[in-house]
Ligand binder design. Structure first.
Ligand code: KG4
Ligand code: ZN
Length: 340
């Protein structure tokens, strides 16, 4: 199965066989650094330039040709519409030319499937926290393809908060990806997570909220001189990271207890965060729960997760047609909204 992912600023292609990854090629665009965030039109144009070479590389690394494939999975949404359209067009062209089935994949179902890659022992029910740049979703996976939202974010996603605070701290450098999480967590390693007490979101509620936290950091910075900021940066980063991690861990464990599930998945770009991985593992063990976390390179956007989710959908007998369209607000298939 070939997977293609172009929903934001990563151009990715991967070949998987069952739940084994044969290749996983990812190009992260750096052309947005001067703008402080992803510029949709620049991202789309870069996907046009990188798409074919990345697919060629994924096939070559896996040692397969198009005629060896059973199908092509491609992210249909959610994401930036122009970016999605480039990936879809590439997938359609290849599928049509090689006479292959094509299947559109929901990006979040892809993140969910990243936890199943290379693993035979994970069977639903499982509660999944998908924390990325655009989503902070707690999803109860009753069975594969049957999902119930347990909580979402009210405002900023967890990854978005990392990106915005990294920008406030001046951590984004020209010529580098605009993803702030890795830079911020590196800096946090030399800081004290208890130095400052930032808000932990909505206590007792089944919803995440990170915009208050971002604003708290902003107001805190406004009260400090440049010298004070410079010396306090590692402590600010560590204290901010602790607030995000505490909120994600606490709500996930509370929700797992209330829906009576003892298996957890942690996925999405923010799941690459070391502190989050360690604290979630610790909390899961203390509560008699088993945690499944993909390798960090399968947490951030990649196409192996898209191929894995697409293979599952194809095996169910689902197949898309060549009029498959991008949908920036695609609804997770088989999902029910939060029960009140
Ligand atoms: O899943 P992803 O690659 O793309 C989306 O679907 O959005 O997630 C990207 C997000 C970014 O906000 C990025 O800052 C965050 O994940 N991220 C991290 C780390 N690595 C990526 N956040 C915290 N710590 C990290 N190590
Ligand atoms: Zn993603």
């Amino acid at each position: 199965m070939l997977g293609i992912e172009t929903s934001c600023d990563e151009t990715a292609a991967s070949v998987v066989s069952g739940l084994t990854v044969l290749s996983n090629e990812v190009y992260t665009q750096t052309e947005h650094s001067h703008f402080g965030g992803v510029v949709p039109e620049i991202a789309s144009r870069n996907h046009v330039l990188k798409g074919t070479p990345i697919v060629r590389a994924a096939l070559a690394t896996a040692g397969v040709g198009l005629s060896d494939l059973t199908g092509i999975a491609v992210t249909q949404g959610p994401g930036l519409v122009g970016c999605l359209l480039v990936g879809l067009s590439l997938a359609k062209g290849l599928a049509w030319g090689a006479g292959l089935s094509i299947i559109g994949v929901h990006h979040i179902e892809g993140h969910l499937f990243s936890a199943f890659i290379g693993r035979q022992d994970l069977e639903p029910p499982v509660l999944a926290l998908i924390a990325s740049g655009g989503h902070t979703d707690l999803i109860l996976v009753e069975s594969l393809g049957c999902y119930q939202y347990i909580a979402r974010t009210r405002d900023d996603a967890a990854g978005e908060a990392f990106d915005k605070v990294a920008k406030l701290l001046g951590l984004l450098k020209p010529g580098e990806p605009t993803m702030g999480g890795p830079r911020l967590s590196e800096l946090a390693e030399s800081g004290d997570p208890k130095a400052f007490s930032y808000p932990r979101g909505l206590p007792g509620q089944r919803a995440f909220s990170f915009s208050g936290l971002k604003t708290a950091v902003l107001y805190h910075l406004r009260k400090m001189s440049e010298e004070e900021i410079l010396s306090a940066k590692p402590d600010i980063a560590a204290s901010f990271q602790a607030a995000v991690v505490d909120s994600l861990v606490q709500k996930t464990i509370d929700a797992a207890r209330s829906v009576k599930v003892n298996q957890l998945i942690l996925a999405g770009g923010v799941a690459a965060n070391k502190r989050l991985r360690l604290d979630m593992l610790d909390a899961a063990e203390r509560n008699g729960m088993t945690l499944y976390v993909p390798d960090p390179d399968l947490c951030t956007d990649n196409a192996a997760m898209v191929a894995a989710a697409g293979a599952f959908r194809l095996a169910l007998g689902e197949v898309s047609t060549l009029d498959l369209n991008a949908d920036p607000r695609l609804v997770l298939p088989g999902s029910r909204e939060i029960a009140v």
